[in-house]
Write a protein that binds this ligand. Structure first.
Ligand code: DGJ
Length: 732
């Protein structure tokens, strides 16, 4: 999978699908040569045009001719201050104040498999046979700064992963100002860019734009990957669609501040960079100390955006998520939040559980408000013991009764936070992130614990472990409801204050690692005021995430469509809720709410204290249907067919089982149109040579006909917010 051509001095990382080539210019500079479709024998690694542009694109010191410049050539991990004026991948300030680095190739080695990253989440492989890793060491001959670049190629996926480890090999301390995970240079700029801007309850809004000259920055400075952006950047050719054309996607396995940048340079070459946001970041490196960057996933496809998604879905399902739930179907849960908010007690919840059970739910998920003295959002975060006012006999009787009913029990925690009104705050006011004497900004009446400090995370680990040892909990919804301000740590020296945000994320990962190891049977759901930290870093610890606090089915069609660009359905939690919807005030049909919720991990956020036989009949049927098909939905291949981002009125997607025996197609009417045009939808992912039966339709239809010609949506979906689902079975 990885070959080193010693004569021509290049590395070729490849499998049957993808090639990635990096080479050495003059035995010294690490140059990018190619990333794209698999090439069997690569030969042009040293063909970068030799043009004299030396007036404004300088040649390296002592260079024999004027035709080579770091300012123009395509590079793998560009630095700053020695002739390349484009955005650097790293920046260092040495003790003497100089910020100039010159990295030269020193050595490389190739290992089978994929070694883990120290303290950071990363993709992994089950056997050494499944991947190969190249490590290239670069060093500045003057300062002895060392950079070890890691590249892994997977045997069966069009994916390369990258990361960098930066070591101070000199004799004096230095300061890292920027340490990105990767930089990739393309020789042209004929791209469109894909990104996912958003906000609370409006996460991941698919946006495609022409790549402009100069620098475009997508980022988060919020201390979390955030609802406002996704640590992802996509590049596609202008002609690329969902079904065809080339697409490149770079995704950061990290949950904190990030930057994803493109720079189109003076010669219309494109540099893409991804990593921890340099804004507010600094890291002191003593001699011999190292800094490990997070991992960047580089996926490529020439089967359009669906192809790119399939690569990421498979990678995340098989090589990122860990633990016993990885390949298990996920339970149908009933969450009490929109039904009770903070107003509940044991009796109410038992009634809620009874009703949920009758409908077919398999897990009662008790949301916010069960601990400390919490009756609203003004108190008790940090006090992880039972609220005795709501549960005079503790939580155990409720948990036991739910278990006796044959249901599992889930519980909400927000472990990273602390309320001013809490016992924990009274004891440890300095445990919150804060910057000296600066007053603390408010966010939902809560502050953030300084998880970079071992004693702080140990306290939370102990409280939670103690609680979980005494309460048989099957599921945890791990929430996080505000972003960082006044970022600083009470115990860090002045020169290390800028490490706080990253140390926080490392602390969070350490806490999650300890907890998930200690309680491996618990299924974790990642939540952050909705989908505010839906990122690959969190998926490493928690196999599923709450997509959005917006439970309106029409909004969810857009959000889930976009989310599926990176994440498989089995990672997306989606619930059926009441109408008018609590966030949008909109009423959508039960059928559409069901179809949208069952396009991920189906759950209920209905008011089950209210009796409504018509609603309950519909839900019972939905759950029965979902259970019959959830293996296909959660672990089949997901195809986006018609985009709600390109059609105001209509969207469609489908699921195909791995063996192509079964498929489900869903179509959604968003806004009905009078005298509407006919809708014919072309299916995808079927076996073209097989025949399929559509529900109880009059005849079977060939897979080729379904995919190349398509089916009419007949009768048309001629009302707002309705949907239809087709089940396809392959005939023997
Ligand atoms: C935000 C979550 O996204 C909601 O589902 C709910 O758990 C609330 N927090 C509880 O405070």
């Amino acid at each position: 999978m990885i070959t080193w051509n010693a004569e021509k001095q290049f590395f070729h990382l490849h499998n049957q699908q993808v090639s990635y080539v990096l080479s050495l210019a003059h035995g010294r500079y690490l140059i990018h040569s190619y990333w794209g479709k698999h090439i069997s024998t690569f030969s042009q690694a040293d063909d970068y045009p030799k043009l004299d542009r030396s007036s404004f694109s300088p040649t390296p010191a002592g260079w024999p001719d004027r035709t080579f410049s770091l300012d123009t050539v395509l590079q793998e991990y560009p630095g700053h201050g020695a002739g390349d004026y484009r955005e650097p991948a790293f920046e260092v300030r040495y003790e003497d104040g100089s910020q100039v680095s010159n990295l030269h190739y020193i050595s490389h080695h190739i290992v089978a498999g994929k070694p883990p990253l120290d303290g950071l989440p990363a993709t992994w492989v089950e056997t050494p046979h499944a991947a190969e890793t190249l490590r290239v060491t670069l060093e500045d001959p003057l300062t002895h700064l060392q950079v070890e670049l890691s590249y892994t190629v997977f045997r069966d996926l069009p994916v390369i992963t990258r990361s960098a480890r930066i070591t101070n090999g000199g004799k004096t301390p230095l300061r890292l100002l920027r340490a990105l995970s990767c930089s990739v240079d393309f020789p042209d700029s004929d791209f469109e860019q894909i990104q996912f801007p958003g906000a609370w309850a409006r996460e991941r809004q698919l946006h495609r734009q022409i790549l402009n000259p100069g620098i475009t920055v997508l980022d988060s400075k919020r201390g979390a990957s955030s609802t406002h952006q996704q640590p992802f950047i996509g590049l596609v050719r202008p002609e690329t669609t969902e079904m065809q054309g080339e697409a490149w996607g770079l995704h950061l396995v990290y949950s904190g501040n990030f930057t994803a940048r493109t720079e189109v340079d003076a010669f219309q070459q494109t540099r893409v960079l991804l990593g921890i946001n340099p804004h507010g970041f600094g890291w002191a490196l003593q001699p011999d100390a190292s800094f490990q960057t997070p991992e960047a996933v580089l996926a490529w496809s020439d089967n359009g955006l669906n192809g790119l998604s399939h690569a990421l879905h498979t990678l995340y399902r098989d090589n990122l998520v860990r633990g016993e739930h990885r390949h298990k179907v996920r339970p149908v849960l009933a969450n009490n939040w929109e039904s009770t908010y903070f107003d509940f007690n044991e009796e109410k919840l038992l009634r809620f559980a009874d009703n949920a059970k009758v409908l077919g739910a398999e897990l009662l998920m008790l949301d916010d408000g069960w601990f400390g003295e919490r009756n609203d959002d003004t108190s008790s975060l940090g006090d992880w013991f039972v609220n005795r006012q709501k549960f005079p006999n503790g939580l155990r009787p409720l948990i036991d009764k739910v278990h006796q009913q044959g249901m599992q029990f889930g519980l909400w925690f927000e472990p990273e936070m602390i309320s001013r009104r809490s016992e924990l705050f009274a004891r440890h006011p300095d445990w919150v992130l804060h910057a000296g004497q600066q007053p603390l900004s408010e966010g939902r009446n809560q502050y953030i614990l300084d998880l970079g400090r071992p004693e702080v995370r140990d306290n939370i680990l102990q409280q939670m472990s103690h609680f979980l040892d005494e309460h048989p909990i099957d599921y945890i919804k791990w929430d996080m409801n505000r972003n960082m301000t006044e970022v600083g740590s009470a115990t860090a020296p002045a020169g290390q204050q800028q490490e706080t945000a990253h140390r926080y994320i490392l602390g969070l990962y350490a806490l999650l690692e300890a907890l998930t190891k200690r309680f491996p049977h618990i299924l974790f759901e990642c939540c952050a005021g909705g989908g505010g930290r839906f990122d690959p870093g969190m998926l490493f610890y928690m196999p599923q995430a709450w997509v959005s606090d917006n439970t309106d089915a029409a909004s969810r069609v857009h959000i889930q469509y976009s989310t599926s660009m990176m994440y498989p359905p089995v990672t997306q939690c989606a619930h059926v809720s009441e109408v008018p919807n609590h966030q949008m005030g909109r009423s959508t049909s039960m059928v559409m709410r069901g179809a949208v919720a069952m396009s991920g991990n189906y759950g209920l956020m209905l008011d089950l204290m209210r009796s409504d036989s018509e609603r309950d009949d519909a839900v019972r049927q939905q759950i029965a249907f979902y259970k019959q098909h959830r293996q296909l939905i959660q672990f089949g291949t997901f195809w986006r067919l018609v985009s709600p981002w390109e059609n105001t009125d209509f969207a469609a997607w489908m699921f195909v089982s791995e063996d192509q025996q079964h498929a489900l197609m869903m179509a959604f009417s968003l806004v009905s149109i009078a005298s509407a045009p006919l809708r014919i939808v072309r299916l995808a992912g079927l076996d073209p040579a097989a025949r399929y039966q559509l529900d109880d339709g009059p005849q079977s239809i060939g897979g080729d006909e379904l995919m190349f010609r398509g089916i009419f949506i007949d009768p048309p979906l001629s009302r707002d917010y309705i949907s239809r689902t087709w089940h396809l079975t392959r005939l023997p």
